[in-house]
Design a protein around this ligand. Structure first.
Ligand SMILES: Nc1ncnc2c1ncn2[C@@H]1O[C@H](COP(=O)(O)OP(=O)(O)OP(=O)(O)O)[C@@H](O)[C@H]1O
Ligand SMILES: [Mg+2]
Length: 465
C-alpha cells in the first residue's frame, strides 16, 4: 500500500549525499540564505503563519529548532520518489484534410471558413481534428498594438472565464499559433441576424417566445453576477442547431458596481448605436443594467417583426430623433433625471412630438408582448424592468402560446450568421445590377426604335403590369 509520508511515496530510493542531514540544508555557508539574525524572525513567522513551506524531499518537517547532530554513520537516509510511467495511447490515424492540417483545429483555406468579421478580427469555423468537435476561432487582432497583447482581449478573456451559464457562449481555451492568437469557443451554427434574414425560414410565435426567454435568462445571469454586456444586438446573439440561444461578444463587457449608492463613471460610447439607450445618447456615464434592457427590447422588436425599431444614420442626434419619432419626446414628467444629463441642453429637441408606438406596434405583436415592450421602452432608466422582472411578465408566464424551443433548426440547410446573410444580400444586389446592365445593353442594340417602344409601353401603363 502506498503511504503518504513527507512528500515521499513508494518508488525508488535516492540516498542523500553522505553526511548531509535534512538539517544541513540550512547550512550557513549557503550564499543565498539571509543572515541568521534576519532569519530567526523570518522562521518564527513561518511557524506562526500556518503556511507550510516545502523544499523537495523535506516537506512536512516541522521541528526546525532541532539541534544539529552529526549524521548517523549507519545506513544513509533515503527518500522515495514516484516514478510515473504513462502508457501512451496510440495516436489516432488522421485521414484526408485532417491529416495534412498543421493545426489541431482544421479550417478550410482562405475566406471559406470565415463566419464573422468584426472590430477585433475574423471569426472562423473549425473542427478539432481528433475529437471532431466544431469550434469558432476568434482571431485577436494584434496589428497596431504597441503595448503587446491587447488589453481589450485580456478583459474579454478574463470575463468569459468567470462565466458559466447555458445562455452564455463558452470560451474553451486561448491558443497561440505561429504569430496569431485565437480565442476558441464552442461553435453555434447561427446568430439572430442570420436567422431573421433567412430567405425562407420563419419562426412561430412559440419559437419567438422561447428565444426571448433565453435572451433574458442570459441577461439575468450576467446582471446578477455584476456584468454589463454593453453590446447586445442581434449579431451578438448566437443560436445553435437545436434552438439554444447564447450571448456572445464580450468585447465591451465589464463588471459594474451593484451597490447603487457607490456610483461609478463608465464610458457612454458603448453599444452599437441603433441599440443605444437615450440616457447613453444624452451623455450618462453612471449607468447600470438598464442599458442592456433597452438593447434587449430593441432585439425583441426584431425577433417579432424582423425589422430594427430605431435604424438611425450612425449619428447621435439622428439616433435620438429616431427614438423620439416612435416614443415621443421625453419630458421632466416621464423622466425627472433628464435635466441632469450632460448633453440635455445641447441636444434638446426643437419641438415636441407625440408617441406613435401604439400605432406602429399594437397590431403587430400580441397584447402581452405589446405591454412588455411598452414597459421596457421607458425613458427613465430607473423605471425600466430588470431582466428577472421581464421573465415574470405575463407574456412569458400566462399568455398563449407557450415558449417552444426551435428544434426545427436542425433541418435548416447551411449556417446563418450576419456574415452569410450580408454575403447573400450583396450577391442579390450584384445579380440585380447585372440584370439591369444586360437589359440596358439589349435596349441599346435594339436601337432608337426599341427605346421608343419602351417609352410607349411606359406611357400606356404596360410597365405597371
Ligand atoms: N462561438 C461562435 N460560433 C459561431 N459563430 C460565432 C461565434 N462567435 C462569434 N460568431 C460569429 O462571428 C461574428 C463576430 O463575432 P464577435 O461578435 O464575437 O466579434 P467582434 O469582432 O467583436 O464583432 P463586433 O463587430 O460585433 O464587435 C458574430 O456576429 C457571429 O456571427
Ligand atoms: Mg460582434
Amino acid at each position: 500500500m502506498v503511504t503518504k509520508r513527507e512528500n515521499s511515496i513508494s518508488g525508488t530510493e535516492t540516498p542523500l549525499a553522505p553526511g548531509s542531514t535534512a538539517e544541513s540544508v540550512d547550512d550557513d555557508d549557503n550564499p543565498f540564505r539571509p543572515p541568521k539574525d534576519l532569519r530567526a524572525e523570518d522562521e518564527s513567522d513561518k511557524r506562526n503563519s500556518g503556511i507550510s513551506f516545502s523544499i523537495k524531499g523535506m516537506a512536512g518537517r516541522t521541528d526546525s529548532s532541532a539541534p544539529h547532530r552529526p549524521a548517523p554513520l549507519a545506513a544513509p537516509r533515503t527518500r522515495k520518489e514516484i516514478v510515473v510511467r504513462k502508457r501512451l495511447k496510440p495516436k489516432p490515424k488522421l485521414t484526408g484534410d485532417f491529416a495534412t492540417s498543421d493545426s489541431v483545429y482544421y479550417r478550410k483555406t482562405g475566406n471559406e471558413s470565415v463566419v464573422g468579421s468584426g472590430t477585433y478580427g475574423k471569426v472562423y469555423k473549425a473542427v478539432h481534428v481528433y475529437t471532431g468537435d466544431k469550434v469558432a476561432l476568434k482571431k485577436i487582432r494584434m496589428e497596431g498594438e504597441r503595448d503587446g497583447f491587447p488589453v481589450t482581449a485580456i478583459r474579454e478573456i478574463k470575463l468569459l472565464q468567470s462565466l458559466n451559464h447555458t445562455n452564455v457562449v463558452k470560451l474553451q481555451e486561448v491558443m497561440v499559433e505561429r504569430n496569431d492568437c485565437f480565442m476558441i469557443f464552442e461553435y453555434l451554427s447561427h446568430d439572430l441576424t442570420g436567422l431573421l434574414n433567412h430567405p425562407s425560414f420563419a419562426l412561430t410565435e412559440g419559437h419567438k417566445k422561447d428565444l426571448a426567454k433565453q435572451l433574458f435568462e442570459g441577461l439575468d445571469y450576467l446582471h446578477k453576477r455584476g456584468v454589463l454586456h454593453r453590446d447586445i444586438k442581434a449579431a451578438n446573439i448566437l443560436v445553435s442547431r437545436n434552438g439554444e440561444l447564447k450571448l456572445a461578444d464580450f468585447g465591451l463587457a465589464r463588471f459594474y458596481n451593484k451597490n447603487a449608492k457607490l456610483k461609478q463613471d463608465y464610458t457612454n460610447r458603448v453599444i452599437t448605436i441603433w441599440y443605444r439607450s437615450p440616457e447613453l445618447l444624452l451623455g450618462e456615464t453612471q449607468y447600470g443594467p438598464a442599458v442592456d434592457i433597452w438593447s434587449a427590447a430593441c432585439v425583441l422588436v426584431e425577433i417579432f417583426t424582423k425589422h430594427a425599431i430605431f435604424p438611425g444614420d450612425g449619428g447621435e442626434i439622428n439616433q435620438l430623433d429616431k427614438i423620439y419619432n416612435v416614443l415621443g419626446t421625453p419630458s421632466r414628467t416621464n423622466w425627472p433625471g433628464i435635466v441632469d444629463l450632460a448633453w440635455y441642453e445641447l441636444l434638446r429637441p426643437a419641438h415636441k412630438v407625440a408617441s406613435t408606438f401604439a400605432e406602429k406596434y399594437q397590431e403587430r405583436v400580441s397584447p402581452a408582448a405589446f405591454d412588455l415592450l411598452s414597459a421596457m421602452f421607458v425613458f427613465d432608466p430607473d423605471t425600466r424592468p430588470t431582466a428577472s422582472d421581464v421573465l415574470e411578465h405575463p407574456y412569458f408566464t400566462t399568455e398563449e402560446p407557450k415558449a417552444k424551443q426551435v428544434v426545427e433548426l436542425k433541418d435548416l440547410e447551411g449556417d446563418w450568421h450576419e456574415f452569410e446573410s450580408k454575403a447573400l444580400r450583396k450577391e442579390k444586389e450584384r445579380e440585380a445590377r447585372r440584370k439591369d446592365k444586360e437589359s440596358m445593353e439589349k435596349r441599346k442594340l435594339e436601337g432608337p426604335m426599341g427605346d421608343e417602344r419602351e417609352l410607349k409601353r411606359v406611357k400606356t401603363g404596360d410597365a405597371q403590369a
